[in-house]
Design a protein around this ligand. Structure first.
Ligand code: IPE
Ligand code: IPE
Ligand code: MG
Length: 239
């Protein structure tokens, strides 16, 4: 492994391309989702091994409810199955598991499974793994706006009302499958996130691909509105 000098604190991934992966092999789309679950496992392991504090995954958008009913219910069963299958992994790696999104749209049974997994892992202190389920960025901003107004909170405190209030904004966003769009994901939170797009389909995205993204990230200069010269001076002062 290359020595990556500048590791992100929070990596988020739009896991895309499962359907195309399966269809290119003459299989049903669901095969791609199952194979994609293996990529999740690989990336979680990589994050644990390299002590990345936060890994979040876009698993299902609010718009994905508009897919054919059969695919939606297969995806929901896969989610429940994965939670049960991975409980031992969470314990072994000390992973804190969280689901964020519009939970009101999920079934009672899936909500119970999620609550169980979140409660059991709540005090784990290793990787925080966040799965965005039934999530959309516009929904998040709207629900936050309602709460913000009700609370009469002052300017500057808006982010406290987003569902992501307890986690840092992503440093790096990866999207697989060649699409170069954000598809209503973390709209507010990606204000200063570095984007990495790769043509690799999600079921083929394993540790080597993850590492390639991290190497590219570590070579980027994040300026947050300042000039490169200012950053150089600040860097010298801290040395
Ligand atoms: C990503 O893969 C998984 C979900 C959106 C649930 P897709 O199912 O979108 O795969 P493609 O984009 O059709 O290949
Ligand atoms: C984005 O993928 C959502 C997830 C990966 C969960 P989509 O496949 O739904 O995105 P679009 O429709 O191509 O933008
Ligand atoms: Mg897709």
């Amino acid at each position: 492994m290359e020595n990556i000098l500048n590791m992100p604190k929070h990596v988020t991934i739009i896991m895309d391309g499962n359907g195309r992966w399966a269809q290119s092999r003459g299989k049903e789309r669901i095969f791609g989702h199952y194979e994609g679950a293996e990529s999740v496992r690989a990336c979680v392991e990589y994050a644990v091994e390299h002590k990345i504090p936060y890994l979040s995954l876009f698993a299902f958008s609010e718009e994905n409810w508009n897919r054919p009913q059969a695919e939606v219910s297969e995806l929901m069963s896969l989610m429940a199955k994965s939670i049960f299958d991975e409980m031992s992994t969470f314990a072994r790696y000390n992973v804190r598991f969280m689901v964020l999104g519009n939970r009101a749209h999920l079934s009672d049974s899936l909500n119970r499974d999620i609550d169980m997994a979140m409660e059991k892992t709540a005090s784990n202190t290793g990787l925080t793994l966040i799965v965005f389920l039934s999530y959309s960025g516009k929904w998040d901003i709207e629900q936050a706006a309602v709460k913000f107004a009700k609370a009469g909170a002052p300017e500057g405190r808006f982010q406290e009302f987003l569902v992501t209030s307890a986690i840092p904004d992503p440093d790096l966003l990866i999207r697989t499958s060649g699409e170069q769009r954000i598809s209503n994901y973390l709209l507010w939170q990606c204000a200063y996130t570095e984007f990495y797009f790769t043509p690799v389909l999600w079921p083929d995205f394993r540790k080597d691909e993850f590492e390639a993204a991290l190497i590219e990230y570590s070579n980027r200069q994040r300026r947050f509105g300042k000039t490169a010269e200012q950053l150089q001076n600040e860097d010298q002062q801290t040395k």
